[in-house]
Write a protein that binds this ligand. Sequence first.
Ligand code: NDP
Length: 397
Amino acid sequence: MGKVLIIGAGGVGTVVAHKVAKNRDVFTDVMIASRTKSKCDAIVKAIGDTTIKTAQVDADNVDELVELFNSFKPEIVINVALPYQDLTIMEACLKAGVNYLDTANYEPKDVAHFEYSWQWAYKKRFEEAGLTAILGCGFDPGVSGIFTAYAAKHHFDEIEYLDIVDCNAGNHHKAFATNFNPEINIREITQNGRYFHEGDWVTTKPLEIHKDLTYPNIGPRDSYLLYHEELESLVKNFPTIKRARFWMTFGQEYLTHLRVIENIGMASIKPINYNGMEIVPLQFLKAVLPNPQDLGENYEGETSIGCRIRGKKDGKERTYYVYNNCSHHEAFVETGMQGVSYTTGVPAMIGAMMFMKGLWKRPGVWNVEEFNPDPFMEQLNKQGLPWHEEHDKDLEL
Ligand code: NDP
């Protein structure tokens, strides 16, 4: 059906490439491009499909991107580099006439600030160019929005309370490691918490609110209220929502390390001068922490991510819990990566597949919940992320 260009050869990029390679009826020509070409070559070698092309590109540089797009001529770019590159890649897509998909919203490098405004500002230009941009198509954001859209379509007249619950009950046997890019991960967790309540955003101190939540096949885990980017688009696209929150589990050992990292200044994103060289402490920390791509081998346990929803159907109050559990070990056996990269990469591939099949093709800039969730939900079951649902149970929230 068409040509796809994957940008980024990290943990998520590796999973996207494996999954794209398993769906060659949809993705007829494939290229992986990243800052370091040898990492793209290593992915191709691991997949064992020599028809996949590779290239070096600096995705901060619009001209370099345009040149690459014009030579490979992809229908769609799957951006799984870092959030810092979202706008340059979107610019290049407009210049070269290429459609766009990513898994995380744009963040400026010098402020840890997450909001869609920068990317939503491209809506008119994508519309006028007849190009589709699909934002936030990983698991959360991504499947969390699709689960919500599916619930709204099939199980509720009005969604009133939405809680996205993200549990990683895995053990990688390292004292401290993050499951995806450490710089992006630590920026996300150390910021203030925030949730939506009756039309307003309520701010909390970082990790201030927490409670035990019970996850299927896992049991109770301490879960912390965080701000997460999909809350912004979901309350806009489902205006009946009265309260929307996001919860993530952390172990005590992880939180103790995080506190020390912050207290000694290593989570700072302000550049400092060290021996005549400017360095950003958090970027230096990333360089000495375990690489999330190397966690897979001894990773045990599973992730469990879902949406707990309360609202009305035919005048009656209903509850609905829809979730996926993903085994780190099974993800590793299939792709060489752990479950967090897997749960992000599989939906990114499915989103691109939805576009290629013409099911999610609509000029403009869209969040995933604005498309038909049904064909995507069907593919989740087929592509390694089966989901389960529970009706009218106690949501604990
Ligand atoms: P990694 O750090 O493992 O990989 C990022 C890749 O992007 C690396 O290959 C890196 O190159 C490449 N890259 C970085 N900067 C540039 C640049 N300027 N030009 C070209 N390539 C560049 O990150 P992950 O794979 O863990 O995460 C990828 C994305 O997925 C992130 O945006 C993250 O926020 C998002 N994510 C989304 C989730 C979701 O559920 N929605 C969950 C987890 C992650 P090099 O190898 O040379 O460093």
